[in-house]
Design a protein around this ligand. Sequence first.
Ligand code: NAI
Ligand code: 15L
Length: 263
Amino acid sequence: KTHHRLLLTGAAGGLGTALRERLKANCTVLRLSDKSAFGEALPGEEIVLADLANAVEVDAMVAGCDAIVHLGGISVEAPFEAILQANILGVYHLYEAARKHGVKRVVFASSNHVTGFYKQSETITADHPARPDSYYGVSKAFGEDFSRFYFDRYGIETACVRIGSSFPEPRDRRMLATWLSFDDLHRLISACLSTPVLGHSIVFGMSDNAVTWWDNSRARHIGYVPQDSSDVFREAVFARTPAPDLNDPAAIYQGGGFVKATP
Ligand code: NAI
Ligand code: 15L
């Protein structure tokens, strides 16, 4: 166990639910948080509800924790005002609370939509400039910049994990390239929590997929080794999904449908 009290935000969501049991291996106490009630704490858990848009609630949520896995927030395209509250103000509140309470390490759920306007024919590294594909992607780019600022100024280490598509199985052909299994997601977060020197790092969250648009060579120090691959689903996904229209922006750009999603 690398931490005593680990905070998981967005605990009621899809990835929070998948990580709830897995993250118990990383800490003595797992503090779960979300915006509204989602049930009772189990042994080894505690629940502190907070709206990320509320600085006082976020402060109480963070107090007493020694590391944070920040999944909370809006996870798809939405009106800018909503993204502003949950994802932009939310990140500010979270890092201010981390600074005040001496939290030294954060794993931030960033997204492939920070770079969604690169083409599927391109391979990018973490050094390529952001090309967000949505208000949502812009908010994740903000989180990456904000956490870099708090690392440079206050030494709070953050791993910005640009999660691809983390679901039980890839849902379409695009996700054959972007898929991240829940077990690999947990392996990646564990590596971010336990690596001796994290600094401020950007890492693409993907499994060991044969087709990929992302080069994780800038993140070798994290020590993440994926063990799963979308390849086992390839035939089934091709069989059940139609061939894409190659003029459709959703088939051209890495962000898929997000490049044309309107809130
Ligand atoms: P989700 O939408 O299922 O879960 C997000 C959780 O955040 C929800 O339980 C929601 O209630 C909570 N939340 C929203 N606004 C809040 C607020 N103002 N205050 C407190 N909590 C709030 O999303 P999912 O799939 O579990 O994703 C988790 C994180 O990972 C998100 O930050 C998402 O952007 C990111 N991500 C997920 C990907 C995926 O493939 N599942 C891909 C890329 C990024
Ligand atoms: C994301 O950022 C979303 O949170 C998730 O729901 C998926 O749509 C994923 O990206 C994706 O690009 O497949």
